[in-house]
Design a binder for this molecule. Sequence first.
Ligand SMILES: Cc1cc2nc3c(=O)[nH]c(=O)nc-3n(C[C@H](O)[C@H](O)[C@H](O)COP(=O)(O)OP(=O)(O)OC[C@H]3O[C@@H](n4cnc5c(N)ncnc54)[C@H](O)[C@@H]3O)c2cc1C
Length: 582
Amino acid sequence: MPTASGTGDESFAKSLFVGSPAEGLIFPYPEPTRAEVDEINGVLDGIRRFAPRNVDAARIDREENIPLEVLAAMRELGLFGLLVPKAHGGSGLGLTAYARVVQELAAHDGSLAMAVSAHQSLGLAALLYFGTEELKAKYLPRCARGESLAAFALVEVGAGSDAGSIQTRADRDGDSYVIDGEKIWVTNGGVADLFTVFARTSPAEDGAKPRLTAFVVERGAGVTSGPEEPTLGLRGASTTSLTLSSVRVPATQVLGDVGRGFKVAMEVLTSARLALASSCVGASKRLVRLAVERATERKTFGRTIAEFPLVKDKLATMSAEIFALESMTYLTTGLVDAGRTDFSVESAICKVFGSETLWRVANESAQIAGALGYTRRGPWERMIRDARAAMVFEGTNEILRCFIALSGMQGPGLTLSGSGLLEDVSKAMREPIKGFGLLSDLAFRKARSVLMRDRLTRVHPTLAREAAIVITYAQHLARSVDQALRRHGKNIAEMQYTQKRAADIAIDLYAISSCLARTTRAIEKRGEEGARREIDLLTVFARAAEKRLQENVVTFDDNDDELRKAVAHKACADGGYPLDIL
Ligand SMILES: Cc1cc2nc3c(=O)[nH]c(=O)nc-3n(C[C@H](O)[C@H](O)[C@H](O)COP(=O)(O)OP(=O)(O)OC[C@H]3O[C@@H](n4cnc5c(N)ncnc54)[C@H](O)[C@@H]3O)c2cc1C
C-alpha cells in the first residue's frame, strides 16, 4: 500500500547502511488513532480485571500447563482472535494493537503470551497472509474463538537455523498431497489441532529440485504429538515434536504457491518477531517494577538500597534500554500498520535487541533482589528461565545478526531518481555483491557524498547531540561496509565478525533513531519539560550506545578476529579448555 512518504517498500534500517538515514520514514513517530487506543484499552481492561486474581504464574510453571479456567477466560476475552479479521469472527486488530496486548500478557506470564502468539503470530499467520478465502472461512472462525489452537511446524532434527535442510516430504497423489516427516520444538504442539507445516514438494510438481511448500494440516489427518519437552522455561506452553505419517491433505490446503514455502516461512517469522519483541517489553517492565519494589523496601547500612548509586545505575540502564526497545518495537509495528512492506531488517533488530534487553534486565533485576533473586520464592528465577528462549527461537540472534548485516548491505531500496549516477549507485547498493565494482572509486565517493546526510532535519533541536550520533555512525557504517565489500567481495558472506559489527551498529542506530522520533513527538505535544522523562531516557541510552558504536567502528579495522578463530579452533581440537594450574 503506498504511503504518504513513499511507495511502502523502503526501509529505514537499510538506509542506515548507506549513511543516509531516511528520516521521512520514521517521522512523525506513529501513533495509534483515538479509536485504536480505545479498542486496545478495551482488551487490556479485560486482562487487567482478570489476570491479577486468576493468573498464578508460579502455579502455571510448577504444573506445566495453563489451567482450563484461565484458557476459558482467555477465550472469553477474545485473545485467540486478535489478528483474525472481523469478517471471520476475530477482532481484526492491527499489529500495534496486537503487539500491545501480547506485551500485557507477557507482563503477567510468559507462557500465556507464548500460547497466544504461537497460535496467531506463528500458527495462523500463513493462513491469514496466504490462505484462500475458502481456507480462511473454514478455519479462522473456530481459531478466533480459541476452540481450535494453531501451531507452526518448521524446524526438524536436521533443520534448525538451516531451515533449507528440511526433510519432511509432501508427495503429490491426484488431488492430494501425502506428507511424511517429523517436526520438533513445536509450540502448542500438544494442544493445537491445526498446523502450518513446511514440507518438500516432489520434483515432478515444479520440475526442479524439491522445494519447500507450506500446508495447513488438521490434526485429524494423522498428526501425532510426542511427549512434552522438558523445557527450561515457558513451561505452561506446550512444546512437542510432531509426527506426520502418510498424512493426506487436499491440494487446496497449500498456503501460497507450491515451492514458495520458504518465502511464506520468512514472512510469518518477520511479523512474529515484532510480537516477540513486545512480549520482551512486557516482561522487562514487570522486572523493573519488581526491582523497584525490592530496592525501595530493602534496607542495608540504614538506607534503602535504592539510595545507593550502583543500584540506581542498574535502574537507570534498565529503564533506558526498555525505552529504546519499546520505541523501536512500536515504531516498527506502526510502520507496518501504515503499509510499509519492507520491515524484515527492522523486525530482526527488534527481536535481537528485545531478547537481549530482557535477558540483561532479568539479570540486573535479580541482582537487585540479592539472594531472594536466586530462590524459587520470588518470580526472578522463573522469569530468567522464561527469558532464555527468546534469544533462540524465531531465528537465533546469531543468524539474525548475519541477516541484518547482509540484508542491510544489499542496499536501502530507496527510489533514487534523477541523475544517472544516483541510479547506478542505487543499483550497486541494492546488489552490493553483484554490483560491486560497477563504479570507479571516484564516482563512488562522489555519489556517496551526494547520498550521505549531514544532519537529521526532523529531530527537535534539543536532541541535536543524539541526532548527530546517528548521522556520524551511519556514515561510519556506510564507509566500513563499503570498505569491507571492496576488500572481501563475495567472501563477505563468510565474514561473520564483520557482519556482527555492522549488525550491532545498525541495532544501536535504529534504537537511537526510534527514541529520537518518539521523543521529538513527545516534545512537540507536551513541551520540553513535559517530555523530560523521554529526553532523559534517550540521553542515557544514546550515551551508552555511543560507546558501543565507537568500539564497533574501531574494531572493523583493528581487531583480533583471526586470533579468536585460532583459539576457538584449538578449543575444538582439544575438546574444550585444556589448561590447569597443576
Ligand atoms: C521454546 C522454543 C519454542 C520453539 N517453537 C518453535 C515452533 O513453534 N516452531 C518451530 O518450527 N520451531 C520452534 N522452535 C525451534 C527454534 O526455532 C530453533 O530452536 C531455532 O531455529 C534454532 O535451531 P536449533 O535449535 O536447531 O539450533 P542450531 O541451528 O543447531 O544452532 C545452535 C547454535 O549454533 C548457532 N549457529 C547455527 N548456525 C550458525 C551459523 N551459520 N552461523 C553462526 N551461528 C550459527 C546458533 O545461533 C545457535 O547458537 C522453538 C524453540 C524453542 C527453544
